[in-house]
Design a protein around this ligand. Structure first.
Ligand SMILES: [Ca+2]
Length: 296
């Protein structure tokens, strides 16, 4: 009987410690706030807290205290398993990037290429990716009340494309999208997964380029390029002008999308379409045909 009573007492003591002690999230956060308020330098002790909210606060506080000297901590935090911790780290990096901190820019470029959450990748990209343009499709134009008909559809060539890998993720800095880009070192490729054209197991960035002749001018209200599917993300230029991107993460590999090129298309002439593709996993590339749609 006494043994049972003793066991019960021990059990009560354990439960009491769990309830009042320092292991639950609220007390961890309380402990963090109290400690950092009294000893700001002790923030480093909380960077690896098991509580994500404490980690997030600590990363941000560390950045506020150390500014440029917080790069190593931020570089680590962008790989945190928690979305909000990564978001705080990216926001701190963006603030440093705005102050011309090159190390922050370099980390953001890495994040904009490797972050798995599309929202965070776009947040980083918006700061460092030099091309920004929202895709405005005729059907999404709020001032367009009329029905839309496709008056002509032309499928772009599926063969005769030029292709180059972009392992350093700097093709845009090398001007791969330019009309006059030297493509003598680019390989030949067709529409289809690049794994089928000798790039087995390649995950990363690559660029595609095709020359095509547009139809003679047709009376129309808009011209759009429809991409059947690009595995997984795509950034598009027509005749050297950025049209926009399709970047919705891994799920984007099979999703058709459209981009407007009403102003950029050269009717009845040669046009140059350039597509930067990112593939993060499995097969990659422009694997379904692209169609030019003339809308009225
Ligand atoms: Ca893929």
């Amino acid at each position: 009987m006494y043994a049972l009573f003793k066991k019960l007492l021990i059990l009560l003591a354990i439960c009491g410690a769990a309830l009042c002690g320092g292991s639950d999230a609220f007390s961890m956060r309380r402990e963090y706030r109290k400690t950092v308020a009294e000893h700001p330098e002790k923030v480093v002790e909380f960077l690896a807290s098991t509580d994500a909210e404490v980690r997030r606060s600590a990363v941000w506080e560390y950045y506020l205290q150390k500014q440029e000297k917080s790069i190593d901590v931020l570089n680590k935090a962008v790989d945190d398993k928690d979305f909000m911790v990564r978001k705080s780290a990216i926001e701190a990096l963006i603030a440093l990037h705005a102050k011309k901190c090159n190390a922050a820019t370099a980390v953001l470029e890495k994040v904009s290429a490797s972050e798995e959450a599309p929202k965070l990748r776009q947040l980083a990209s918006a700061a460092v990716w030099p091309f920004q343009r929202e895709i405005q499709l005729l059907r999404n134009n709020p001032s367009w009340d009329y029905s839309i008909t496709t008056v002509k559809s032309v499928q772009l060539p599926t063969t005769g494309w030029k292709f180059i890998l972009d392992k350093e993720i700097d093709g845009h800095k090398k001007g791969y999208y330019n009309i006059k880009c030297d493509t003598s070192q680019w390989a030949d490729i067709s529409v289809g997964w690049w794994e089928n054209f000798g790039y087995k197991d390649y995950d990363g960035f690559a660029w595609y380029r095709i020359e095509f002749t547009a139809p003679e001018r047709i009376d129309s209200n808009a011209v759009e390029l429809n991409f059947g599917a690009v595995d997984e993300a795509a950034w598009i230029w027509l005749n050297g002008v950025y049209l926009g991107c399709h970047d919705i993460g891994l799920a984007g590999w099979k999703t058709p999308f459209d981009v407007d090129c009403t102003k950029e298309l050269k009717w009845g002439e040669k046009n140059i379409l350039v597509v930067r593709v990112q593939d993060a996993a499995d097969a990659g590339g422009i694997w379904k045909p692209i169609t030019l749609n003339v809308l009225k």
